[in-house]
Design a binder for this molecule. Structure first.
Ligand code: SF4
Length: 418
């Protein structure tokens, strides 16, 4: 049995408990993060248990959900805002009111008047929507944010746990390195990590505004402690003129982060040893291969890719920027894109049409760079979440604890200000 379901399938007023089923081991850390940050949520009414049990939905094929999603969406009208990240599957994203990368979606979430935000993305994005949502006088978020599948975590965010980060900071403090050290976290991190940064004078950034955030931090301190994506940190620092030896990597599993006192003292950016399991799959050899096969092709990649890949690429950019590069290119252009496969396939389909410029778009690595946690949001989960809403039940609400919310919001607000 799916350990996520008992709390909903039976009418037991409990906090969500996500167990230790080895079948979901890959997403386990994410689930623990969700548990630690969730507050009590409404549970299903026994009278309608049968129609609203997720198992009933999961037994049905994808295409049978289409009409149900559309009907529920219609009934809910402007009460609901559906946000879809670019890496979502086609069967889900086509129902979204707005699509975008995490930065764009967080801004939309901060501005909406809708009562419910159904976030088709991963849990740190839903957390950010809850953090940025409109608040009442007591500081409670007025909107309710729903993540259709709580298993939709992010392996990168899981690589920086708050206890590890606190321990690292303590070690750096003992070395006398925290004076002038500005903690900065990528949006792809838990709310607790965002709060950690906010409380210590730091902020959040996305791949769209990382450089501006780094400049902001260097105006206030001499060194940056960057979490959790080493690649985005290295690529941004390098683009700002820093040499690689000024950006040591802190390994949370090694003594003193696996670094000497000297290398840490000489650093300008201390990078956390985290990465995106999707983007790290792209290799420099993939760039060489597509260039050999398609002379003249432009290679454009996400800055979560390795530094060696980014060095070989023609351009780097957030998902929004990658889309823009394709959009602005002349008719007949060819691109190999290093990012998640759903976005690449969608762009390939859209721009192959003559009226869109007959542009050829391929993935940089055709072995399939799929984000498996994004993929967990299925049409069945979406229909289940929406139909429950129609019945007045909020399922899978993401609500960040107030103690975490205060400083995480500060870190996010600083980002929105830059
Ligand atoms: S693509 Fe990478 S960073 Fe984005 S949600 Fe998936 S694992 Fe996380």
């Amino acid at each position: 049995m799916n350990p996520l379901q008992p709390a909903f399938a039976f009418n037991i007023p409990v906090r969500i408990f996500l167990g230790t089923n080895p079948e979901i081991a890959a997403g386990l850390k994410a689930e623990h993060t969700v548990v630690s940050l969730l507050e009590e949520v409404p549970v299903a009414d026994a009278a309608t248990e049968e129609t609203c049990s997720l198992e009933n939905y999961l037994a049905l094929p994808d295409h049978t959900m289409d009409d149900r999603i559309a009907a529920a969406r219609h009934k809910l009208g402007s009460q609901v805002l559906m946000l879809g990240h670019h890496y979502q599957r086609d069967e889900v994203i086509r129902f979204a009111d707005a699509t975008g990368d995490s930065y764009k979606l967080s801004k939309i979430a901060a501005e909406t008047d809708a009562k419910y935000i159904v976030f088709c993305g991963v849990h740190f994005m839903a957390e950010s929507a809850d953090l940025l949502g409109r608040q009442d006088e007591q500081g409670n978020t007025i909107q309710q944010v729903i993540l259709p599948d709580l298993n939709a975590g992010c392996s990168m965010a899981d690589m920086a746990e708050i206890s590890q980060v606190e321990a690292a900071w303590e070690s750096l403090e003992k070395l006398g390195l925290t004076d002038g050290l500005v903690p900065l976290t990528y949006m792809n991190s838990t709310a607790a990590i965002k709060a950690f940064c906010g409380e210590r004078g730091g902020l959040v950034c996305t791949s769209s505004n990382a450089r501006r955030a780094f400049e902001w931090a260097f105006e206030r301190g001499k060194r940056i402690f960057f979490l959790p994506d080493q690649h985005l940190g290295r690529n941004t620092g390098h683009a700002m003129g820093l040499s690689l030896d000024r950006m040591p990597v802190w390994d949370p599993w090694a003594l003193q982060g696996g670094q000497t006192r000297l290398s840490l003292q000489a650093s300008r950016i201390i990078l956390w040893k985290g990465h995106c399991s999707v983007h790290q799959r792209f290799l420099p050899s993939h760039v060489d291969q597509v260039r050999a096969k398609y002379p003249g092709i432009q290679v454009i990649v996400h800055p979560e890719c390795r530094w060696e890949v980014c060095q070989k690429a023609d351009a780097l950019g957030s998902t929004e920027r990658l889309i823009q590069l394709v959009e602005e290119s002349p008719e007949g252009s060819t691109f190999a894109i290093g990012t998640e496969i759903h976005l690449v396939n969608r762009l390939a389909k859209r721009y192959a049409r003559p009226e869109m410029g007959s542009k050829k778009i391929i993935t940089l690595d055709d072995s399939g760079c799929l984000c498996t946690t994004m993929y967990r949001i299925s049409p069945q989960h979406l229909a289940w979440a929406l139909e429950n809403l129609v019945e007045g039940r909020v399922v899978n609400q993401i609500s960040v604890k107030r103690s975490v919310k205060k400083w995480a919001r500060v870190a996010l607000d600083r980002m929105l200000e830059i």
